[in-house]
Design a binder for this molecule. Sequence first.
Ligand code: NAD
Length: 365
Amino acid sequence: MIKLKKCSSDLPTKGFYLFDGNIQLSLMVRVGVNGYGVIGRRIAYAVSKQDDMELVGIAKGHPDYKAKLASAKGFKIYSSDLSGTGAFDRAGVVVSGTIDDLLQNVDIIVDCTPEGIGEKNKPLYEKAGCRAIWQGGEEHSISGLSFNAYANYGQAFGARYARVVSCNTTGLLRTLFPLKAAFGIKSVNAFLVRRAADPSETKKGPINALELEKQMPSHHGDDVKTVIPELNISTTAIKASTTLMHIHHVTVELGSGATSDELLDAWSGYRRIVAVSARDGLASTAHLMDMARDMGRGMGDLYEIAVWKEMLVDGSRLEYMQAVHQESDVVPENVDAIRAMCSIEKDAAKSIEKTDRSLGIGLSL
Ligand code: NAD
């Protein structure tokens, strides 16, 4: 984790440096990203914005436009094909080696490969002796530690392996954790309307149907329990022919009664939640994404979970709707997981604040 660098006359622009005569110690954690699709690209960008982390490089399978754009951004590229870099060489994309070379030079690798591939990559990470984070497409058993910054940052401190839970699970944990902390929760029932595909996916569907999740209850409730085991939660889900966002309808039996003002006040203490109103014209996922693009963030992302102020509250029974930008809500979680696992910051609130500041998270409408 500690890099030794010769002291130069130029002041460093990134990282913490301890000066000791001629030597400066850089305490930046060296991070690699394996898989550079929807999630990997965003995590690479977020890591590159941190002053206590260094993005060593990204691993990719194909020399496509994403590889060329990564190169233009100055990211080092490694071939995820262990047999060599031939495909990249033929396409004229400069690579620094294979995934094995990347793993030799990182403290932690963030696996962002498609569901099921992350499991197959585990022996590579074990052999290299680096820490590893997987995404929600993998099972909890891959690491035995499922992560959400608000709910269990401390459990990941110093951990070798962790899995950042999926976009839907992250969305549920984000808004349920503050409710549990403020009022207690007796039970949760959530109905998830999931986007069928991401905007760049052309081969997934349905394109003109609402499709039932085959399993009832859906797996999302059990996934929430990998982070908060004691939560009494059940979920059902359908897929809808949209690419923009997921929408959740959440019914909660709180431990104590609350008014809608008290509920909004409880959520307002958490920057990764934004309260929105249909009265402001934010009555659909299209409007939320339009707002996100207007904010000028990289890739037009909405890291925050949007909760509609229009909710039903009857004593301790609460019904609310929320929207989840599936492409980006897990991104700040990965940054915090790196900070916890590499023991950079013990205090969850400090890490979350740092991540949020670097990504401009924290909207108030
Ligand atoms: P993606 O298909 O967009 O990107 C995957 C990347 O991995 C691509 O760059 C692909 O070329 C590369 N890849 C494919 N096979 C590989 C291999 N064998 N070795 C190395 N790289 C390989 O996938 P994604 O949507 O970014 O999903 C990645 C993970 O994040 C999955 O676990 C997924 O469940 C999870 N996740 C996805 C979303 C989402 O909405 N897309 C949200 C949250 C979590």
